[in-house]
Design a protein around this ligand. Sequence first.
Ligand SMILES: NC(=O)c1ccc[n+]([C@@H]2O[C@H](COP(=O)([O-])OP(=O)(O)OC[C@H]3O[C@@H](n4cnc5c(N)ncnc54)[C@H](OP(=O)(O)O)[C@@H]3O)[C@@H](O)[C@H]2O)c1
Length: 420
Amino acid sequence: MSFKKHPRQYDLVLFGATGYTGLYVAEYITTHFPTDLKWAIAGRSEAKLQNVIKECNALNPDRQPPEIEICNLNDADLATLAKKTFALITTVGPYSRYGEHAFKACAESGTHYFDCTGEAVWHMTMIKKYEATAKASGACMFPQSALESAPSDLLAYSMASTARSELSAPVADVVVELHEIHGTPSGGTLFTLLGLFDIFSFKDVKKSHKPYALSPVVNSKLAPKPSLFSKWTGLHTIPNLGLLSTSVTSGTNTAVVQRSWGLSQQEPSLQKQFHGPNFTYREFTRARNYARGIAMHYSIVVGSLLLMFCPPFRKLIRKYVAQPGEGASKEESKKEYVKFRGVATPDTQPPSGKQVWSKAEFKGPLYSMTAAFLSEGARTLLLGEVKLNGGVYTPSCLGQGFVDRLDDAGFKIETKVIDA
Ligand SMILES: NC(=O)c1ccc[n+]([C@@H]2O[C@H](COP(=O)([O-])OP(=O)(O)OC[C@H]3O[C@@H](n4cnc5c(N)ncnc54)[C@H](OP(=O)(O)O)[C@@H]3O)[C@@H](O)[C@H]2O)c1
């Protein structure tokens, strides 16, 4: 299938190609995209961009290298860059520090946009500032399209699709579990996490982690309340998933999943993927046993408090962890993997006695998984597969074609109907 015709110089520009994540994206495009793709890598240092080209050439010497675009971090440079391309992927982070120029430029110039931020509070700020602009220009903006939030959103989407097709029912309570992860965060990721509370207040971050913080529609329906035991221990027992504990990314990811639910009531082409009027979402991490689950819960509580309220703690940690630009070696990261599990309860009266169970897995460098999410998202728009009017979207708005391409890239989702 060929890409959409458009009047711009490039199909795709990758801004931040010189970073740890950016290099994975450049390599993914080099090895997975058609050779007639018109693309460029952008950043502030020509010498570093030339090195990226060398790395890509080594992977595929017969392929024409991408163009180089020098772009500094300011509104004028980003506006010029955004106007040259149909879609832009940016891996320049921390987004709460550096991300707004690219977001603004794309929203204003009608350029489709992808990023891998996990900073829901920044995402919330961008929606408030630029959603109306993006709707007016037709720019389709996809923040939080990475390992951290996209799997949750796509699992909820896939379970709801299966409930619709196999049980003719919407879904109510949906639970996703981070089952296992083996990976090393990059210096850029740690720098982002450690710097978040230098920029945003605790109050703003808390607000952005409320279930409907990012959703254009608010529901009075809330997820089942935890028992007193769960509140104190962090432990939950969920039928067909087992013993679970607190998830560090639950707040961020719930807000994205609930935004998908809200968007599907607003955008005509998304109405067919509405999860249901009583849809709620919860997210946990697998607990191997009671002691480990409780320990995990309290280490998250104490770690979060120190991060939020103790700047000397943040300063100290920064000294001992990987620095921006650094990350696991290619050899080390080949051993990485991540596994998710989920269950969805069909919304039927009387209860159907059935559930949709799901799993999603990826084996290989976890930053290459993020590269696949970003690149395949851009490809979905380049193919003209989805009919979105413009605005700020979530990964699941890219539909089944996107899920299928991620499957080819190694992120495999399976769903099945089981007894409740
Ligand atoms: N949510 C997720 O699952 C997920 C997954 C992957 C990454 N991420 C996020 O992605 C971001 C990048 O991570 P990373 O590990 O790739 O970071 P990194 O290796 O430090 O790369 C940062 C990139 O930003 C560029 N940059 C930084 N400051 C700049 C400035 N002032 N002007 C122009 N360019 C600038 C760097 O360019 P130079 O090379 O010229 O310095 C580099 O290309 C982080 O915020 C991280 O949290 C999130």
